[in-house]
Design a protein around this ligand. Structure first.
Ligand code: NAD
Length: 502
Protein backbone atom coordinates (compact mmCIF):
# COMPACT_ATOMS: atom_id res chain seq x y z
CA UNK A 1 0.00 0.00 0.00
CA UNK A 2 1.26 3.47 -0.85
CA UNK A 3 2.24 5.51 2.21
CA UNK A 4 0.64 8.95 2.50
CA UNK A 5 2.45 11.93 4.00
CA UNK A 6 0.13 14.59 5.37
CA UNK A 7 0.51 18.11 6.72
CA UNK A 8 1.26 18.81 10.38
CA UNK A 9 -0.82 21.75 11.57
CA UNK A 10 -1.66 22.85 15.11
CA UNK A 11 0.13 19.87 16.68
CA UNK A 12 -1.54 17.12 14.67
CA UNK A 13 -1.65 15.36 11.33
CA UNK A 14 -4.00 17.06 8.89
CA UNK A 15 -5.03 15.19 5.78
CA UNK A 16 -4.66 17.11 2.54
CA UNK A 17 -8.10 18.50 1.76
CA UNK A 18 -7.20 19.85 -1.68
CA UNK A 19 -7.04 16.30 -3.06
CA UNK A 20 -3.78 17.12 -4.85
CA UNK A 21 -0.83 14.84 -4.16
CA UNK A 22 2.70 14.47 -5.47
CA UNK A 23 4.64 11.22 -5.91
CA UNK A 24 7.64 10.37 -3.73
CA UNK A 25 10.02 7.91 -5.35
CA UNK A 26 12.61 5.58 -3.87
CA UNK A 27 15.62 6.59 -6.01
CA UNK A 28 17.20 3.14 -5.64
CA UNK A 29 14.25 1.29 -7.16
CA UNK A 30 12.53 4.01 -9.16
CA UNK A 31 9.24 3.02 -7.51
CA UNK A 32 6.70 5.51 -6.23
CA UNK A 33 6.41 4.50 -2.57
CA UNK A 34 4.57 7.48 -1.12
CA UNK A 35 2.02 10.15 -1.94
CA UNK A 36 2.54 13.56 -0.39
CA UNK A 37 -0.34 15.98 0.09
CA UNK A 38 0.05 19.29 -1.74
CA UNK A 39 -1.35 22.23 0.20
CA UNK A 40 -3.86 24.63 -1.24
CA UNK A 41 -3.91 28.32 -0.31
CA UNK A 42 -6.55 27.55 2.36
CA UNK A 43 -4.36 24.86 3.92
CA UNK A 44 -1.36 27.18 4.07
CA UNK A 45 -3.63 29.80 5.63
CA UNK A 46 -4.71 27.25 8.26
CA UNK A 47 -1.06 26.56 9.16
CA UNK A 48 -0.23 30.25 9.39
CA UNK A 49 -3.35 30.85 11.51
CA UNK A 50 -2.32 28.02 13.89
CA UNK A 51 1.17 29.52 14.11
CA UNK A 52 -0.20 33.00 14.74
CA UNK A 53 -2.47 31.78 17.51
CA UNK A 54 0.41 29.86 19.11
CA UNK A 55 2.65 32.94 18.94
CA UNK A 56 0.37 34.79 21.36
CA UNK A 57 1.62 32.54 24.18
CA UNK A 58 4.89 31.12 22.81
CA UNK A 59 6.23 34.63 22.13
CA UNK A 60 5.63 35.40 25.83
CA UNK A 61 7.02 32.14 27.19
CA UNK A 62 10.11 32.19 29.37
CA UNK A 63 13.53 31.28 28.07
CA UNK A 64 13.57 28.43 30.58
CA UNK A 65 10.34 26.98 29.16
CA UNK A 66 11.63 27.15 25.60
CA UNK A 67 15.05 25.72 26.31
CA UNK A 68 13.76 22.87 28.46
CA UNK A 69 11.62 21.74 25.50
CA UNK A 70 14.59 22.05 23.17
CA UNK A 71 16.75 19.97 25.51
CA UNK A 72 14.08 17.24 25.46
CA UNK A 73 13.86 17.50 21.66
CA UNK A 74 17.63 17.12 21.46
CA UNK A 75 17.50 13.90 23.47
CA UNK A 76 14.71 12.52 21.28
CA UNK A 77 16.57 13.46 18.11
CA UNK A 78 19.64 11.71 19.41
CA UNK A 79 17.61 8.58 20.18
CA UNK A 80 15.91 8.57 16.74
CA UNK A 81 18.98 9.26 14.58
CA UNK A 82 18.79 5.91 12.81
CA UNK A 83 15.08 6.10 12.12
CA UNK A 84 15.40 9.60 10.61
CA UNK A 85 18.40 8.49 8.53
CA UNK A 86 16.36 5.54 7.20
CA UNK A 87 13.55 7.88 6.13
CA UNK A 88 16.09 10.07 4.36
CA UNK A 89 17.75 7.16 2.54
CA UNK A 90 14.39 5.77 1.40
CA UNK A 91 13.34 9.05 -0.25
CA UNK A 92 16.62 10.81 -1.07
CA UNK A 93 18.82 7.81 -1.88
CA UNK A 94 21.95 8.87 0.03
CA UNK A 95 23.75 6.15 1.96
CA UNK A 96 22.80 5.57 5.59
CA UNK A 97 26.10 6.84 7.06
CA UNK A 98 25.76 10.06 5.08
CA UNK A 99 22.15 10.47 6.25
CA UNK A 100 23.36 10.01 9.84
CA UNK A 101 25.92 12.75 9.17
CA UNK A 102 23.22 15.22 8.18
CA UNK A 103 21.20 14.43 11.32
CA UNK A 104 24.35 15.03 13.40
CA UNK A 105 24.96 18.42 11.76
CA UNK A 106 21.32 19.40 12.32
CA UNK A 107 21.64 18.39 15.94
CA UNK A 108 24.49 20.90 16.30
CA UNK A 109 22.03 23.71 15.64
CA UNK A 110 19.66 22.29 18.26
CA UNK A 111 22.64 22.41 20.67
CA UNK A 112 23.04 26.07 19.81
CA UNK A 113 19.33 26.73 20.32
CA UNK A 114 19.45 25.04 23.74
CA UNK A 115 21.85 27.82 24.76
CA UNK A 116 19.75 30.65 23.29
CA UNK A 117 19.54 32.39 26.68
CA UNK A 118 23.16 33.50 26.33
CA UNK A 119 22.62 34.86 22.82
CA UNK A 120 19.50 36.80 23.82
CA UNK A 121 21.10 38.48 26.83
CA UNK A 122 20.81 41.98 25.43
CA UNK A 123 22.87 45.03 26.40
CA UNK A 124 22.61 47.64 29.13
CA UNK A 125 24.38 50.97 29.47
CA UNK A 126 23.87 52.74 32.76
CA UNK A 127 24.06 56.46 33.36
CA UNK A 128 24.31 57.46 29.67
CA UNK A 129 23.03 60.83 30.89
CA UNK A 130 22.06 61.96 34.32
CA UNK A 131 19.98 59.09 35.83
CA UNK A 132 19.34 57.70 32.33
CA UNK A 133 19.95 54.05 31.37
CA UNK A 134 19.67 52.48 27.93
CA UNK A 135 18.98 48.81 27.21
CA UNK A 136 18.92 46.97 23.89
CA UNK A 137 16.71 43.93 23.68
CA UNK A 138 15.78 41.58 20.86
CA UNK A 139 12.27 40.27 20.40
CA UNK A 140 10.74 37.57 18.18
CA UNK A 141 9.16 38.47 14.86
CA UNK A 142 6.00 36.33 14.99
CA UNK A 143 5.24 33.67 12.37
CA UNK A 144 8.27 32.79 10.25
CA UNK A 145 8.47 30.38 7.31
CA UNK A 146 11.13 27.99 6.03
CA UNK A 147 11.28 26.56 2.51
CA UNK A 148 13.83 23.81 2.08
CA UNK A 149 15.51 21.71 -0.64
CA UNK A 150 15.54 17.96 -1.26
CA UNK A 151 19.22 17.35 -0.63
CA UNK A 152 19.20 17.71 3.19
CA UNK A 153 15.63 16.91 4.26
CA UNK A 154 16.48 16.91 7.98
CA UNK A 155 19.54 19.14 8.34
CA UNK A 156 18.42 22.20 6.40
CA UNK A 157 15.08 22.53 8.26
CA UNK A 158 17.18 22.24 11.44
CA UNK A 159 19.37 25.11 10.24
CA UNK A 160 16.21 27.18 10.68
CA UNK A 161 13.50 26.13 13.13
CA UNK A 162 15.49 25.40 16.34
CA UNK A 163 16.80 28.97 16.50
CA UNK A 164 13.56 30.48 15.23
CA UNK A 165 11.44 28.85 17.93
CA UNK A 166 14.12 29.32 20.61
CA UNK A 167 13.89 33.05 19.89
CA UNK A 168 10.13 32.89 20.53
CA UNK A 169 8.80 32.72 16.96
CA UNK A 170 6.40 30.15 15.59
CA UNK A 171 7.27 28.30 12.40
CA UNK A 172 5.72 27.01 9.18
CA UNK A 173 7.97 24.67 7.21
CA UNK A 174 7.44 23.85 3.53
CA UNK A 175 9.92 21.02 2.94
CA UNK A 176 10.89 19.57 -0.40
CA UNK A 177 8.06 17.57 -1.94
CA UNK A 178 10.62 15.00 -3.11
CA UNK A 179 11.51 13.69 0.40
CA UNK A 180 8.95 14.99 2.90
CA UNK A 181 8.91 12.24 5.58
CA UNK A 182 11.87 13.40 7.72
CA UNK A 183 10.23 16.77 8.38
CA UNK A 184 7.06 15.10 9.70
CA UNK A 185 9.17 12.92 12.00
CA UNK A 186 10.84 16.07 13.35
CA UNK A 187 7.39 17.56 13.99
CA UNK A 188 6.34 14.44 15.91
CA UNK A 189 9.49 14.56 18.04
CA UNK A 190 8.96 18.25 18.80
CA UNK A 191 5.41 17.44 19.95
CA UNK A 192 6.72 14.57 22.08
CA UNK A 193 9.23 16.98 23.61
CA UNK A 194 6.31 19.13 24.77
CA UNK A 195 6.28 21.88 22.16
CA UNK A 196 2.87 23.57 22.33
CA UNK A 197 0.52 22.97 19.40
CA UNK A 198 0.97 25.38 16.52
CA UNK A 199 4.52 26.45 17.33
CA UNK A 200 5.88 24.20 14.57
CA UNK A 201 3.82 23.35 11.49
CA UNK A 202 4.59 21.55 8.24
CA UNK A 203 2.77 22.14 4.97
CA UNK A 204 3.80 20.10 1.98
CA UNK A 205 3.45 21.15 -1.58
CA UNK A 206 4.76 23.03 -4.56
CA UNK A 207 4.74 26.59 -5.88
CA UNK A 208 1.14 27.12 -4.73
CA UNK A 209 2.14 26.62 -1.09
CA UNK A 210 5.38 28.58 -1.44
CA UNK A 211 3.72 31.54 -3.13
CA UNK A 212 1.06 31.75 -0.43
CA UNK A 213 3.75 31.87 2.28
CA UNK A 214 5.57 34.60 0.35
CA UNK A 215 2.50 36.82 0.18
CA UNK A 216 0.73 35.98 3.46
CA UNK A 217 0.50 39.15 5.58
CA UNK A 218 1.04 37.22 8.84
CA UNK A 219 4.36 35.69 7.73
CA UNK A 220 7.06 38.05 8.96
CA UNK A 221 10.21 36.38 7.64
CA UNK A 222 11.20 33.73 5.12
CA UNK A 223 14.25 31.49 5.21
CA UNK A 224 14.92 29.66 1.96
CA UNK A 225 17.55 27.17 0.84
CA UNK A 226 17.51 25.81 -2.71
CA UNK A 227 18.63 26.55 -6.25
CA UNK A 228 19.77 30.00 -7.37
CA UNK A 229 16.85 30.87 -9.71
CA UNK A 230 14.30 30.03 -6.99
CA UNK A 231 16.38 31.76 -4.29
CA UNK A 232 16.40 34.92 -6.38
CA UNK A 233 12.63 34.65 -6.92
CA UNK A 234 11.96 34.08 -3.21
CA UNK A 235 14.14 37.04 -2.22
CA UNK A 236 12.52 39.39 -4.72
CA UNK A 237 8.94 38.31 -4.03
CA UNK A 238 9.09 38.09 -0.24
CA UNK A 239 11.02 41.39 -0.02
CA UNK A 240 8.41 43.08 -2.20
CA UNK A 241 5.83 41.84 0.30
CA UNK A 242 7.72 43.51 3.13
CA UNK A 243 9.25 40.41 4.67
CA UNK A 244 12.70 39.81 6.05
CA UNK A 245 14.36 37.24 3.74
CA UNK A 246 17.44 35.04 3.69
CA UNK A 247 17.60 32.96 0.50
CA UNK A 248 20.53 30.61 0.04
CA UNK A 249 21.12 29.44 -3.51
CA UNK A 250 23.20 27.06 -5.59
CA UNK A 251 26.95 26.66 -5.90
CA UNK A 252 29.98 25.69 -7.93
CA UNK A 253 32.67 25.13 -5.33
CA UNK A 254 36.32 25.28 -6.37
CA UNK A 255 39.27 23.57 -4.73
CA UNK A 256 42.69 25.01 -5.56
CA UNK A 257 45.60 22.61 -5.34
CA UNK A 258 48.95 24.40 -5.20
CA UNK A 259 52.14 22.68 -6.37
CA UNK A 260 53.43 22.21 -2.81
CA UNK A 261 50.28 20.43 -1.56
CA UNK A 262 50.25 16.89 -0.21
CA UNK A 263 48.76 15.37 -3.39
CA UNK A 264 47.52 12.20 -1.73
CA UNK A 265 45.61 14.21 0.87
CA UNK A 266 44.32 16.54 -1.85
CA UNK A 267 43.14 13.62 -4.00
CA UNK A 268 41.40 11.96 -1.03
CA UNK A 269 39.68 15.25 -0.23
CA UNK A 270 38.66 15.96 -3.83
CA UNK A 271 37.12 12.52 -4.28
CA UNK A 272 35.26 12.62 -0.94
CA UNK A 273 33.94 16.11 -1.54
CA UNK A 274 33.04 15.66 -5.22
CA UNK A 275 31.30 12.29 -5.08
CA UNK A 276 29.90 12.14 -1.53
CA UNK A 277 26.09 12.12 -1.63
CA UNK A 278 26.50 11.63 -5.41
CA UNK A 279 27.51 15.29 -5.69
CA UNK A 280 24.08 16.45 -4.48
CA UNK A 281 25.49 18.84 -1.89
CA UNK A 282 25.65 22.60 -2.10
CA UNK A 283 29.14 22.32 -0.59
CA UNK A 284 30.31 19.60 -2.98
CA UNK A 285 33.60 20.31 -4.70
CA UNK A 286 32.72 20.34 -8.38
CA UNK A 287 35.82 22.06 -9.79
CA UNK A 288 39.44 21.34 -8.88
CA UNK A 289 41.94 23.90 -10.11
CA UNK A 290 45.36 22.28 -10.41
CA UNK A 291 48.10 24.90 -10.29
CA UNK A 292 51.50 24.34 -11.96
CA UNK A 293 53.05 21.06 -13.00
CA UNK A 294 51.19 18.77 -10.59
CA UNK A 295 48.08 18.46 -12.81
CA UNK A 296 48.78 15.07 -14.40
CA UNK A 297 49.81 13.44 -11.13
CA UNK A 298 46.82 14.86 -9.27
CA UNK A 299 44.32 13.73 -11.91
CA UNK A 300 45.82 10.22 -11.86
CA UNK A 301 45.51 10.06 -8.06
CA UNK A 302 41.89 11.25 -8.24
CA UNK A 303 41.10 8.69 -10.97
CA UNK A 304 42.61 5.78 -8.98
CA UNK A 305 40.47 6.63 -5.95
CA UNK A 306 37.28 7.51 -7.81
CA UNK A 307 37.25 4.24 -9.72
CA UNK A 308 37.05 2.30 -6.46
CA UNK A 309 33.88 3.99 -5.15
CA UNK A 310 31.16 1.42 -4.49
CA UNK A 311 27.84 2.54 -5.93
CA UNK A 312 24.66 0.92 -4.68
CA UNK A 313 21.44 1.29 -2.69
CA UNK A 314 21.79 3.64 0.27
CA UNK A 315 20.35 0.97 2.55
CA UNK A 316 23.26 -1.42 1.76
CA UNK A 317 26.09 -0.78 4.27
CA UNK A 318 28.63 -1.64 1.53
CA UNK A 319 27.49 1.28 -0.65
CA UNK A 320 29.49 4.49 -0.60
CA UNK A 321 27.39 6.39 -3.13
CA UNK A 322 23.69 6.07 -3.88
CA UNK A 323 21.52 7.02 -6.87
CA UNK A 324 20.35 10.49 -7.89
CA UNK A 325 17.07 11.99 -6.70
CA UNK A 326 15.00 11.63 -9.91
CA UNK A 327 15.28 10.00 -13.32
CA UNK A 328 14.98 13.42 -14.97
CA UNK A 329 17.87 14.74 -12.90
CA UNK A 330 19.94 11.62 -13.67
CA UNK A 331 19.46 12.11 -17.39
CA UNK A 332 20.34 15.81 -17.16
CA UNK A 333 23.58 15.07 -15.27
CA UNK A 334 24.51 12.53 -17.97
CA UNK A 335 24.19 15.15 -20.73
CA UNK A 336 27.00 17.22 -19.18
CA UNK A 337 29.38 14.26 -19.45
CA UNK A 338 28.17 13.26 -22.90
CA UNK A 339 28.78 16.78 -24.22
CA UNK A 340 32.10 17.41 -22.43
CA UNK A 341 34.52 16.16 -25.10
CA UNK A 342 32.90 18.33 -27.78
CA UNK A 343 33.39 21.30 -25.47
CA UNK A 344 37.13 20.66 -25.24
CA UNK A 345 37.41 18.57 -22.04
CA UNK A 346 39.25 15.27 -21.68
CA UNK A 347 36.92 12.61 -20.35
CA UNK A 348 38.96 10.57 -17.87
CA UNK A 349 36.03 8.66 -16.33
CA UNK A 350 32.59 8.48 -17.93
CA UNK A 351 29.86 7.26 -15.57
CA UNK A 352 26.95 8.47 -17.69
CA UNK A 353 25.84 4.99 -18.78
CA UNK A 354 26.39 3.22 -15.45
CA UNK A 355 23.59 1.09 -14.06
CA UNK A 356 23.50 -0.91 -10.85
CA UNK A 357 23.08 -4.65 -11.30
CA UNK A 358 20.75 -6.05 -8.69
CA UNK A 359 17.29 -7.58 -8.71
CA UNK A 360 14.66 -4.98 -7.90
CA UNK A 361 17.00 -2.04 -8.54
CA UNK A 362 16.89 -2.04 -12.36
CA UNK A 363 14.87 1.18 -12.49
CA UNK A 364 16.90 3.11 -9.91
CA UNK A 365 18.26 6.52 -10.86
CA UNK A 366 21.82 5.24 -11.20
CA UNK A 367 24.76 7.11 -12.54
CA UNK A 368 28.45 6.42 -12.21
CA UNK A 369 31.47 8.55 -11.44
CA UNK A 370 32.67 11.04 -14.03
CA UNK A 371 35.98 12.88 -14.09
CA UNK A 372 36.64 15.55 -16.70
CA UNK A 373 40.13 17.01 -17.13
CA UNK A 374 41.44 20.20 -18.80
CA UNK A 375 37.90 21.59 -18.78
CA UNK A 376 37.70 25.03 -20.41
CA UNK A 377 35.79 27.67 -18.46
CA UNK A 378 33.48 28.01 -21.49
CA UNK A 379 32.18 24.41 -21.08
CA UNK A 380 28.65 23.97 -19.74
CA UNK A 381 29.97 21.24 -17.46
CA UNK A 382 32.06 23.92 -15.77
CA UNK A 383 29.60 26.80 -15.85
CA UNK A 384 26.45 25.08 -14.53
CA UNK A 385 25.82 23.62 -11.13
CA UNK A 386 25.50 19.97 -12.22
CA UNK A 387 24.55 18.56 -8.77
CA UNK A 388 25.78 15.09 -9.65
CA UNK A 389 28.95 12.98 -9.41
CA UNK A 390 30.89 14.91 -12.06
CA UNK A 391 34.20 16.53 -11.14
CA UNK A 392 35.82 19.06 -13.50
CA UNK A 393 39.57 19.64 -13.30
CA UNK A 394 40.90 22.92 -14.66
CA UNK A 395 44.58 23.66 -15.16
CA UNK A 396 46.45 26.94 -14.57
CA UNK A 397 50.10 27.96 -14.48
CA UNK A 398 49.81 30.29 -11.48
CA UNK A 399 47.90 30.94 -8.25
CA UNK A 400 46.73 34.29 -9.65
CA UNK A 401 45.10 32.66 -12.69
CA UNK A 402 43.42 30.10 -10.43
CA UNK A 403 42.10 32.82 -8.13
CA UNK A 404 40.74 34.75 -11.12
CA UNK A 405 38.78 31.67 -12.19
CA UNK A 406 37.19 31.27 -8.75
CA UNK A 407 36.38 34.94 -8.46
CA UNK A 408 34.86 35.10 -11.96
CA UNK A 409 32.28 32.45 -11.02
CA UNK A 410 28.80 33.83 -10.40
CA UNK A 411 28.59 31.52 -7.38
CA UNK A 412 30.46 32.08 -4.11
CA UNK A 413 29.35 29.44 -1.64
CA UNK A 414 32.34 27.40 -0.42
CA UNK A 415 35.90 27.05 -1.64
CA UNK A 416 39.10 25.35 -0.51
CA UNK A 417 42.83 25.59 -0.94
CA UNK A 418 45.27 22.72 -0.51
CA UNK A 419 48.82 23.81 0.22
CA UNK A 420 51.64 23.58 2.77
CA UNK A 421 52.34 27.31 2.37
CA UNK A 422 50.70 29.27 5.19
CA UNK A 423 51.32 32.58 3.42
CA UNK A 424 49.54 31.43 0.26
CA UNK A 425 46.63 30.05 2.29
CA UNK A 426 46.32 33.31 4.20
CA UNK A 427 46.37 35.30 0.97
CA UNK A 428 43.63 33.07 -0.48
CA UNK A 429 41.38 33.50 2.57
CA UNK A 430 41.52 37.25 2.11
CA UNK A 431 41.35 37.42 -1.68
CA UNK A 432 38.75 34.80 -2.58
CA UNK A 433 35.14 35.85 -3.15
CA UNK A 434 33.21 33.16 -1.30
CA UNK A 435 31.40 32.92 2.01
CA UNK A 436 33.10 29.79 3.38
CA UNK A 437 36.76 28.93 2.94
CA UNK A 438 38.59 25.71 3.77
CA UNK A 439 42.34 25.50 4.20
CA UNK A 440 43.21 21.84 3.60
CA UNK A 441 39.51 21.22 4.40
CA UNK A 442 37.42 20.43 1.31
CA UNK A 443 33.90 20.92 2.73
CA UNK A 444 34.17 23.82 5.16
CA UNK A 445 30.60 23.69 6.55
CA UNK A 446 30.87 25.93 9.62
CA UNK A 447 30.00 24.64 13.09
CA UNK A 448 26.66 25.75 14.50
CA UNK A 449 28.04 28.64 16.55
CA UNK A 450 29.55 30.27 13.46
CA UNK A 451 27.28 30.87 10.49
CA UNK A 452 26.65 29.32 7.07
CA UNK A 453 26.25 31.30 3.88
CA UNK A 454 27.72 32.15 0.52
CA UNK A 455 28.38 35.27 -1.51
CA UNK A 456 27.16 36.41 -4.93
CA UNK A 457 24.49 34.15 -6.48
CA UNK A 458 24.79 31.70 -3.58
CA UNK A 459 22.91 33.94 -1.14
CA UNK A 460 20.34 36.69 -1.46
CA UNK A 461 19.75 38.75 1.68
CA UNK A 462 21.90 40.16 4.44
CA UNK A 463 22.04 37.28 6.88
CA UNK A 464 23.83 33.99 6.77
CA UNK A 465 21.96 31.09 8.30
CA UNK A 466 22.39 29.90 11.94
CA UNK A 467 25.15 31.18 14.30
CA UNK A 468 24.75 34.76 15.53
CA UNK A 469 23.30 35.69 12.14
CA UNK A 470 20.46 33.23 12.76
CA UNK A 471 19.54 34.78 16.10
CA UNK A 472 19.72 38.22 14.54
CA UNK A 473 17.54 37.18 11.60
CA UNK A 474 14.82 35.72 13.83
CA UNK A 475 14.65 38.70 16.21
CA UNK A 476 14.24 42.45 15.90
CA UNK A 477 15.92 45.04 18.02
CA UNK A 478 14.35 47.40 20.50
CA UNK A 479 16.19 50.05 22.49
CA UNK A 480 14.69 51.34 25.73
CA UNK A 481 15.84 54.65 27.24
CA UNK A 482 14.81 55.07 30.89
CA UNK A 483 15.02 57.94 33.36
CA UNK A 484 14.10 57.62 37.03
CA UNK A 485 14.35 61.18 38.34
CA UNK A 486 15.45 61.75 41.88
CA UNK A 487 12.60 63.30 43.90
CA UNK A 488 15.08 65.99 44.90
CA UNK A 489 15.68 67.06 41.29
CA UNK A 490 14.28 70.34 40.15
CA UNK A 491 11.50 69.88 37.52
CA UNK A 492 13.07 69.71 34.01
CA UNK A 493 10.55 72.15 32.58
CA UNK A 494 9.46 72.37 28.96
CA UNK A 495 12.31 72.23 26.43
CA UNK A 496 11.51 72.06 22.70
CA UNK A 497 15.14 71.43 21.75
CA UNK A 498 16.26 68.04 20.47
CA UNK A 499 17.17 65.78 23.45
CA UNK A 500 20.90 65.90 24.30
CA UNK A 501 22.72 63.77 26.75
CA UNK A 502 24.59 65.51 29.54
P1 NAD B 1 14.82 23.90 -5.61
O1 NAD B 1 15.19 25.33 -5.71
O2 NAD B 1 14.28 23.23 -6.83
O3 NAD B 1 13.70 23.69 -4.47
C1 NAD B 1 13.84 24.24 -3.18
C2 NAD B 1 12.47 24.50 -2.61
O4 NAD B 1 11.79 25.46 -3.41
C3 NAD B 1 11.57 23.27 -2.54
O5 NAD B 1 10.86 23.27 -1.32
C4 NAD B 1 10.66 23.44 -3.74
O6 NAD B 1 9.39 22.86 -3.54
C5 NAD B 1 10.54 24.95 -3.86
N1 NAD B 1 10.34 25.38 -5.25
C6 NAD B 1 10.84 24.78 -6.37
N2 NAD B 1 10.46 25.47 -7.47
C7 NAD B 1 9.71 26.51 -7.05
C8 NAD B 1 9.04 27.58 -7.72
N3 NAD B 1 9.08 27.72 -9.05
N4 NAD B 1 8.40 28.48 -6.97
C9 NAD B 1 8.37 28.38 -5.62
N5 NAD B 1 8.97 27.38 -4.95
C10 NAD B 1 9.64 26.45 -5.64
O7 NAD B 1 16.09 23.12 -5.05
P2 NAD B 1 16.30 21.57 -4.88
O8 NAD B 1 16.47 20.94 -6.22
O9 NAD B 1 15.30 21.01 -3.95
O10 NAD B 1 17.70 21.55 -4.10
C11 NAD B 1 18.95 21.60 -4.74
C12 NAD B 1 19.48 23.01 -4.83
O11 NAD B 1 19.57 23.57 -3.53
C13 NAD B 1 20.89 23.08 -5.39
O12 NAD B 1 20.97 24.19 -6.25
C14 NAD B 1 21.76 23.30 -4.18
O13 NAD B 1 22.99 23.94 -4.40
C15 NAD B 1 20.86 24.14 -3.34
N6 NAD B 1 21.25 24.09 -1.94
C16 NAD B 1 21.88 25.18 -1.43
C17 NAD B 1 22.31 25.16 -0.13
C18 NAD B 1 23.01 26.35 0.45
O14 NAD B 1 23.21 26.35 1.65
N7 NAD B 1 23.39 27.35 -0.31
C19 NAD B 1 22.08 24.04 0.67
C20 NAD B 1 21.41 22.95 0.11
C21 NAD B 1 21.00 23.00 -1.20
Amino acid sequence: MTKIVNHWIGGKTVEGASGTHGPVTDPATGEVTTKVAFASVDEVDAAVAAAKEAFATWGQSSLAQRTSILFRFRALLDAHRDEIAELITAEHGKVHSDALGEVARGLEIVDLACGISVQLKGELSTQVASRVDVSSIRQPLGVVAGITPFNFPAMVPMWMFPLAIACGNTFVLKPSEKDPSASVKLAELLAEAGLPDGVFNVVHGDKVAVDRLLEHPDVKAVSFVGSTPIARYIHTTASANGKRVQALGGAKNHMLVLPDADLDAAADAAVSAAYGSAGERCMAISAVVAVGAIGDELVEKIRERAEKIKIGPGSDPASEMGPLITKVHRDKVATYVEGAAAEGAEVVLDGSAYTYEGAGFENGHWIGISLLDKVPTSAKAYQDEIFGPVLCVLRTETYEEALDIVNASPFGNGTAIFTRDGGAARRFQLEVEAGMVGVNVPIPVPVGYHSFGGWKDSLFGDHHIYGNDGTHFYTRGKVVTTRWPDPADAPAGVDLGFPRNH
